[in-house]
Design a protein around this ligand. Structure first.
Ligand SMILES: C[S@@+](CC[C@H](N)C(=O)[O-])C[C@H]1O[C@@H](n2cnc3c(N)ncnc32)[C@H](O)[C@@H]1O
Length: 282
């Protein structure tokens, strides 16, 4: 059994194509991983014959990819905000659109000031850890209901050298009642339970509790918003990721809980995916 780099990539990409929007990239990432090289190496040496054990390893990963298993779970990492985070099936694969949530949060955190920040539903910890590393002076508390996600988040915080307090909690329930924050951020589950999207692409391989909160898709956001005023300082802010078709519902929930300056922000695809608001200061 023998194959060159370029033909192995072409064959793998055509197998991956029906289930991925980036079949060639997926194949390159997997082959570079098997070779212990960068993707640039594949372009520099396209005619290099692959050793038998490298090819066998690559083909087994392509089989896994076609199940489908997300590339991030096969490689064991995913880049987010220019840092590498460990990725395992315990938590949602970090999404590039969540960088919008981070940017909106950072825009509210003056580097010269100290803040308390709460990340609800931290998953692999990408939001909490990125905020702490970008604004070292802040205090970050992060909760998740899932102990497996929290273990991964703690690993990521240790590997990246970020000090974050992780708490196993159903949203705010395990936080001390007198604890307040300047900013609440969350990328909660927001896909409606019967939405066909949950059966598409890699989503069936990801933890369903990280994707859907119930039949309407708004259950988690409604809980987070309704209880936020108890845990926010007067004038404190909230930054939420949500579905592209939930903008109006999220706005209504925020307004009903006493938030003002409600603004929705567009992601790189011009979709309304992140809403920010401020708690009314009496
Ligand atoms: C969409 S994922 C986001 C994970 C991570 N923040 C990210 O952006 O990749 C939602 C997270 O909310 C967590 N979650 C779901 N229900 C929860 C609840 N009742 N209380 C706390 N966390 C919850 C899930 O375990 C999951 O990690």
């Amino acid at each position: 059994m023998s194959e060159q780099i370029d033909t192995a990539l072409a064959h793998a990409a055509s197998r991956i194509e029906p289930l991925s929007e980036t079949p060639r990239l997926d194949a390159e990432l997997l082959l570079a991983f098997c070779l212990g090289k960068t993707r640039a190496y594949l372009y520099t040496w396209p005619e290099q014959e692959l050793e038998e054990n490298t090819l066998a390893h690559f083909l087994s990963l392509v089989d896994e990819r076609c199940k489908p298993t997300p590339v991030a779970y096969l490689l064991g990492w995913r880049e987010f905000y220019a840092r590498e985070f460990r990725a395992t099936p315990a938590a949602l694969v970090p999404r590039p659109e969540t960088e919008l949530l981070v940017e909106q949060a950072l825009a509210r955190l003056d580097p010269a000031r100290r803040y308390g920040v709460l990340d609800l539903g931290t998953g692999s910890g990408i939001v909490a850890i990125t905020l702490k590393l970008e604004r070292p002076g802040i205090r970050v508390v992060a909760t998740d209901i899932d102990p497996g996600s929290l273990e991964l988040a703690r690993d990521n915080a240790r590997l990246l050298g970020a000090e974050v307090e992780f708490i196993e909690s159903d949203w705010y329930t395990q936080l001390p009642a007198d604890q307040t924050f300047d900013l609440v951020v969350s990328n909660p589950p927001y896909v409606a339970a019967e939405h066909p999207f949950l059966r598409a692409g890699d989503l069936p391989a990801e933890p369903q509790h990280a994707l859907t909160p119930g039949s309407s898709g708004l259950e988690a956001i409604a809980t987070i918003v309704a209880q936020a005023p108890r845990f926010l300082e007067p004038g404190g802010e909230i930054v939420l990721e949500h579905g592209y078709d939930q903008q109006a519902a999220v706005r209504d929930l925020l307004a009903a809980s006493g938030f003002i300056d409600i603004e929705c922000h567009l992601d790189l695809n011009d979709l309304p995916r992140c809403t920010t608001a401020k708690l009314f200061e009496k």
